[in-house]
Design a protein around this ligand. Structure first.
Ligand code: SIN
Length: 328
């Protein structure tokens, strides 16, 4: 068998042949026989350049990837931050979509206090909380409890008003592994072909907590829980309330089907759209240290917690800020 490294080898399908850069080749090509493309993702360039030009007053910024993720340096989250600092953090979250902070030894009270500066907080009905602070979901993984957050998802899309953002604090981290990855939902939408964008523009998807949490509801609580959290509908493509950007808004954890579509067709589309988040160029990856903090915009990114550290211990606490109804 002969193997070629030349992506433009005979039989390859040339998907784009423009040259938006100064003399650079920007062809996307598909390998014959595979649904895999290689080549530059040119649609990231404008956003990358826009982010390159930003300046901030209250912190320094170290970007992690092309369009998503920035570490903010020079902010002490354990302190009572002045309103202008909070406003600037809010703005940076819109631009970078997920923010990271190092060496923030927050107490549970300080974590909740910081998160409340951005809105009221959720209490999660299924995941255990920090016993002292019901608004802090506690992910305590060990030999006895594996990590099951290793799939791309927005948090709590089964709520009629899913959280607008979440702040995750590392209490104890494994020696290796346990990274969290974030993927840009606007880049994921932009990267779709025009026909798919047109197909999904007006679609609505149904989200249901039963897909992920059915086995966490005691049998005698099923009816009560179902009444409190009926399946909800959200647009497949929603718009960010501040940036106005289109965001791909389906995930395999909670999206059960497309409203009005057969289940098989629905699942095939949801699966295909969800695979957009696999594109490494839309992602950043964060390696935790004790007392690192991540603050993500829960519309603008999906996240994925690598589950590669079992049977070691990883303990995280998350505060989630109540959001509004996703809209087109
Ligand atoms: C989550 O899915 O919200 C948890 C993320 C993590 O533990 O890294």
């Amino acid at each position: 068998m002969s193997v070629t490294n030349d992506p433009l080898a005979e039989g390859s399908d040339i998907l784009a042949d423009e040259d938006p850069g100064s003399g650079l080749r920007s062809r996307r090509v598909r390998f014959p026989g595979y649904d895999t493309q290689v080549g530059p993702l040119g649609h990231l360039a404008d956003e990358r350049r826009r982010l390159d030009a930003l300046e901030w007053q209250h912190f320094d910024v170290h970007r992690l990837a092309a369009t998503v993720g920035a570490e903010l340096r020079g902010v002490d989250l354990t302190a009572q931050l002045a309103d202008p600092v909070i406003e600037e953090i809010r703005g940076a979250l819109v631009d970078y979509k997920v923010l990271f902070f190092r060496e923030q030894p927050l107490t549970a009270e300080e974590h909740v206090r910081f998160a409340r500066r951005f809105g009221d907080l959720e209490v999660h009905p299924f995941i255990p909380s920090n016993t002292g602070q019901p608004e802090l979901v506690r992910f305590a993984k060990s030999a006895d409890v594996g990590g099951y957050e290793n799939g791309w998802h927005h948090d709590v899309t089964w709520r009629a008003e899913p959280s607008q953002g979440a702040i995750l604090h590392a209490i104890e981290v494994p020696r290796t592994g346990g990274d969290t990855l974030f993927a840009d939902a606007h880049a994921a939408w932009q990267g779709l072909d025009d026909e798919t964008k047109a197909t999904i523009a007006e679609l609505v998807a149904v989200h249901d907590y039963m897909q992920a949490f059915a086995n966490q509801v005691p049998p005698d609580k099923v009816d009560e829980t179902r009444a409190a959290y009926p399946p909800v509908e959200h647009p497949v493509v929603c718009r960010h309330p501040r940036s106005g950007k289109e965001l791909l808004y389906v995930n395999r954890f909670f999206t059960s089907h497309i409203a009005g579509w057969e289940l098989d067709e629905s699942r095939a589309l949801i699966d295909r759209l969800s695979r957009q988040f696999d594109q490494v160029e839309y992602q950043c990856r964060f390696q935790w240290e004790p007392h690192s903090v991540a603050f993500w915009d829960n519309r603008a990114v999906q996240h994925y917690a690598a589950s590669d550290y079992w049977p070691d211990t990883r303990v995280m606490e998350r505060a989630s800020i109540i959001g509004d109804r996703p809209a087109r």
